[in-house]
Design a protein around this ligand. Structure first.
Ligand code: 2P0
Length: 325
C-alpha cells in the first residue's frame, strides 16, 4: 500500500482561465501546455491501517495548514474511488519547483500525489482516469500526467466525466526550450482561483476570451505538428495577452503585471526585432516565461539576465509525464 511517483510542472501556451464548475474543477475552455523537465514534485504515499488521519510532509516539514486540507480533501476522492473510507495515508512530498520561478507547484504536486495514491491502492487507473481525478486537485495538474505537448479537453458533461487531458505530441517530438525569468518584485497576490472567479463573474471581455480559444487551439496544434516555432510562439504570446486583458475588465480590476514584467516583455519583442525568435507567456503572477530554440539559448539567457529587476533565469526543456520510482 505504498508507492512513489514523480510529476513535472507544465507551462500553458493556451491558458486555462475560467471555471464552469468550481467544485469539480471544470473549465470554460480547452487549454494546451508543455510539460517541463526542470521542475518536478516527488511524492510517496503510504496507506496504513494504524492511522486515524492523514499526515502530510512537504520538503521534510509537517504541514497542517490550508495545504494539508487540500491534500486530505483530494485523498478523500481517492478513498471514495477505492471504497476505503477509513484508510488514511502518510504522504511525503519533495518539491523541486522553486516558488520564486512563478510556477504553480500545484500542477506537479497534485499529479504526483494522485499517481502515487492510486498506485499505492492498486487502483489500476488508465492515464485518462488518472488525469480526470487529478483535475479535481488542481486544474492545471491534469495536464502533467503526460509529457511533451498536452491538451486538456474541457468536456461538456456536468459531472466532469469527459474533462481530462490528452497527449498532443510526445516529449521528443520537438526541442523547444523555456526560460523562467525570476523577478525581484513581490506583489500582493490575487490567487488564480480568485482571479478566475472574478473575471468570469464580472469581466465583459470574458466571453470574447472563450470565443477566441477554438481557432487558437487549432492553429497552435498545426504549428506544433509542423514544428513551426514562429507560429506557435505568436499564438502563445497573443493568447497570454488576451487572458491578461480579461483581468483589466474585471470588477474590481486587477493585473498580475509589474513594471519588470513589462520590461521583460519588451526585451523579448526586441530580441525578435534583432532576428532572434523568442516569445513570452505569463501565468497568474508577475514572472515571465520565454520560449526559444536551443541554438539561441546563450543569447536569450544573457539578454534576459541583464534586465534590471531580474534576479535569475531558470532554463527548462520538454519534460516527461508521470513516472513511478
Ligand atoms: C494555466 N493557470 O493554464 C493557467 C494560466 C494560471 C494562468 O492553471 O483552481 O492552480 O487549482 O484549478 O490550476 C493556475 O490555476 O487552478 C492555472 P485551480 P490552477 O496553467
Amino acid at each position: 500500500m505504498k508507492a512513489t511517483a514523480k510529476a513535472h510542472t507544465n507551462i500553458a501556451l493556451i491558458k486555462y482561465w475560467g471555471k464552469r464548475d468550481e467544485k469539480l474543477i471544470l473549465p470554460t475552455n480547452n487549454s494546451l501546455s508543455l510539460t517541463l523537465d526542470g521542475f518536478y514534485t516527488k511524492t510517496t504515499v503510504e496507506f496504513r491501517e494504524d492511522l486515524t488521519e492523514d499526515i502530510f510532509y512537504l520538503d521534510h516539514k509537517l504541514v497542517t495548514d490550508e495545504q494539508y486540507h487540500r491534500v486530505t480533501k483530494f485523498l478523500d476522492l481517492i478513498r471514495e474511488y477505492a471504497q476505503e473510507k477509513t484508510l488514511f495515508a502518510e504522504v511525503h512530498s519533495i518539491n523541486e519547483v522553486p516558488t520564486a520561478a512563478g510556477f504553480a507547484s500545484s500542477a506537479s504536486g497534485f499529479a504526483a500525489l494522485a499517481a502515487a495514491a492510486a498506485r499505492a491502492l492498486n487502483l489500476g487507473l488508465s492515464d485518462q482516469e488518472l488525469s480526470k481525478i487529478t483535475r479535481q486537485g488542481s486544474g492545471s495538474a491534469c495536464r502533467s500526467i503526460y509529457g511533451g505537448f498536452v491538451e486538456w479537453h474541457k468536456g461538456m458533461e456536468l459531472d466532469g466525466s469527459d474533462s481530462y487531458a490528452v497527449p498532443v505530441s510526445p516529449q521528443d517530438h520537438w526541442d523547444v526550450r523555456v526560460a523562467a525569468v525570476v523577478l525581484s518584485a513581490k506583489m500582493k497576490k490575487v490567487s488564480s482561483r480568485e482571479g478566475m472567479r472574478r473575471t468570469v463573474e464580472t469581466s465583459p471581455f470574458f466571453s470574447s476570451w472563450v470565443d477566441s480559444i477554438p481557432s487558437d487551439l487549432e492553429d497552435i496544434k498545426q504549428g506544433i505538428k509542423e514544428r513551426d516555432f514562429e507560429k506557435v510562439g505568436q499564438i502563445a504570446e497573443a493568447n497570454c495577452l488576451k487572458m491578461h486583458a480579461t483581468t483589466l475588465g474585471a470588477n474590481p480590476p486587477f493585473t498580475y503585471w509589474h513594471d519588470t514584467t513589462l520590461a521583460v516583455m519588451q526585451t523579448v519583442q526586441q530580441l525578435r526585432e534583432n532576428g532572434i525568435p523568442a516569445y513570452f507567456t505569463i501565468d497568474a503572477g508577475p514572472n515571465v516565461k520565454v520560449l526559444y530554440l536551443p541554438e539561441n539559448e546563450e543569447k536569450v539567457q544573457d539578454i534576459l539576465r541583464e534586465i534590471p529587476g531580474v534576479t535569475d533565469v531558470k532554463l527548462s526543456r520538454s519534460g516527461q509525464g508521470v513516472t513511478y520510482i
